[in-house]
Design a protein around this ligand. Structure first.
Ligand code: NAD
Length: 485
């Protein structure tokens, strides 16, 4: 049967909306129904190289253009993102299962394009007369071609947080979407054309890590690369960069975030927020608090309340239905991966809620909200990122024990502490090995003007409204001798 409204995703290379040069596509399935949503161009090596070449050719005029002129295009794109927010939500829903009711990311993307379109005047170096006989200054200048590789869990958000600062600072861009969620990004490629960006300034390609992502990582003409995704891929990218042209690499990677709940905490708030953190986007959030440590004296109360909340708050269903707040896992690979961790968790800890996949009964990749108790700190499920609605609740007796358990991980993206004791809150916040700490709040609560990024294997570098432009600007020192007569 012919599709009523077929989606024909394209790539954007040198201002043209195109398919792959060899005609190759890959299917994207709706994870709630397993029906095909679209066939998407798989960028070949030639396509990837063509996108980089187009970006390289566009760089001289884009970087020479006044920043305020560049801003006009960002501003237009922000408006288009807002106008198309419902469609972008629908496209993410049928690609990776995010419920439309929880999709506010076209709006946050627009906010980023708006912000950077107005922040151009802060692209500034410094000057001094501290060296007698000289005037000295620094210039902040773009790198040239930058590559942006984004994950599938929040595509519109990552597209904007990386490309808006890269573009306003005068770089030209090749962005690669994730093979699991390329549809909203492909629609944004059309909006980029509508926003009037000159050809080659903002290229968008789709495809798998290999070949296109790998080629970008090793490309000699790519001078900086910003990546969000798994720690495994981040390391591969870093290796490629080191082997080739030592391009600057910014890495936002995985997490295994702890939330510490002390006996003096506001329990209702701690339960509601830690539950939301692991349930939202079906647990497919880098900073989700997947490990909760509760002080022993309040553990029975906390666990009962958490289970009730988790079981009741998640309304699983078709992501296109506005009543749904709990979608399927993004695809079969993610689904099987989460279920494997759950099976292993059953052998090492005590299953207290859920523990099942719902493929047979729903025909979609749904996983029940799942809670494990008493899991050893050394278990794989305690150490590795599950990326599903699966939480481990363990206990502690002392503050020192809580901190030691929280920090006993290779990750360090987000940590939370719940207590009414302000001294304890600050002691613990200082001791946590984490790029972000929530006090009496947890992820996904963040402030856009704070830096975001990981300690340890959770990443390198920081992103955020006030920080991301630095990721895309070189610093040049200029020293000028002055004739003194
Ligand atoms: P992933 O690493 O599998 O893929 C991310 C991107 O890298 C995709 O576009 C993919 O095609 C590409 N890629 C894969 N192999 C590559 C290679 N060899 N070379 C270059 N590119 C390659 O990650 P994912 O499954 O898409 O995303 C989930 C992961 O992202 C989780 O680990 C999550 O914690 C992390 N994440 C981190 C943040 C953060 O801000 N720290 C935010 C969201 C997600």
């Amino acid at each position: 049967m012919a599709e009523a409204n077929p989606i024909r995703p394209c790539m954007l290379i040198n201002g043209e909306l195109v398919g792959a040069s060899d005609g190759k596509t890959f299917p994207v399935y709706n994870p709630a129904t397993r029906e095909i949503s679209a066939h998407v161009p798989e960028a070949s090596a030639d396509d990837t190289n063509a996108a980089v070449a187009a970006a390289k050719a566009a760089f001289p005029s884009w970087s020479a253009m006044g920043a305020a002129k560049r801003a006009v295009h960002l501003k237009k794109l922000a408006a288009l993102l807002r106008e198309n927010k419902d469609e972008l939500a629908r496209l993410d829903a049928i690609a990776m299962g995010m419920p439309v009711a929880t999709h506010h990311y076209a709006h946050t993307a627009a906010t980023h394009f708006d912000y950077y379109s107005e922040a151009w005047a802060t692209i500034q170096g410094q000057a001094s007369v501290n060296t007698p006989g000289f005037v000295t200054m620094t210039l902040r200048q773009p790198y040239g071609v930058v590559a942006l590789i984004i994950p599938w869990n929040v595509p519109c958000h990552f597209l904007a947080t990386k490309s808006a600062p890269a573009l306003i600072t005068g770089n030209t861009v090749v962005l690669k979407s994730s093979e699991k969620a390329p549809l909203a990004v492909a629609r944004i490629a059309e909006l980029v054309v509508e926003a009037g960006f000159p050809p080659g300034v903002f290229n968008i390609i789709s495809g798998h890590g290999v070949p296109s992502g790998q080629i970008l990582s090793r490309h000699m003409d790519v001078r900086a690369l910003s990546f969000t995704g798994s720690s495994r891929t981040g390391k591969l990218i870093q290796e490629e960069a080191a082997r080739t042209n030592l391009k600057k690499v910014i890495l936002e990677l995985g997490g295994k975030s702890p939330a510490l709940v002390f006996e003096d905490a506001n329990l209702d708030k701690a339960v509601a927020q830690t539950q939301f953190s692991i349930q939202t986007n079906s647990g497919q959030v880098c900073m989700a608090n997947s490990r909760i440590y509760v002080q022993k004296s309040i553990a029975p109360q906390f666990i009962e309340a958490f289970k009730t909340k988790f079981a009741g708050a998640a309304r699983a269903g078709n992501p296109l239905d506005r009543d749904t707040n709990h979608g399927p896992q993004a695809d079969e690979v993610q689904y099987r991966n989460v279920l494997n961790y759950i099976e292993e968790g059953k052998k090492t800890g005590t299953l207290a809620l859920g523990g099942n996949g719902k493929l047979e009964s729903t025909n979609g990749f749904f996983v029940e909200p799942t809670v494990f108790l008493d899991t050893p700190e050394t278990a794989r499920i305690t150490k590795e990122e599950v990326f599903g609605p699966v939480v481990i609740i363990n206990t502690f007796e002392t503050e020192a024990e809580a901190i030691a358990k929280a920090n006993d991980t290779e990750f360090g993206l987000y940590a939370a502490v719940y207590t009414r004791d302000v001294n304890r809150a600050m002691r613990v916040a200082k001791a946590l090995e984490s790029g972000y700490v929530g006090i009496n709040c947890t992820s996904p609560m963040t402030a856009h003007d704070l830096p975001f990024g990981g300690y340890k294997s959770s990443g390198q570098g920081r992103e955020g409204l006030l920080y991301s432009m630095n990721n895309f600007l070189e610093t040049k020192s200029v020293i000028m001798q002055i004739d003194e007569e």
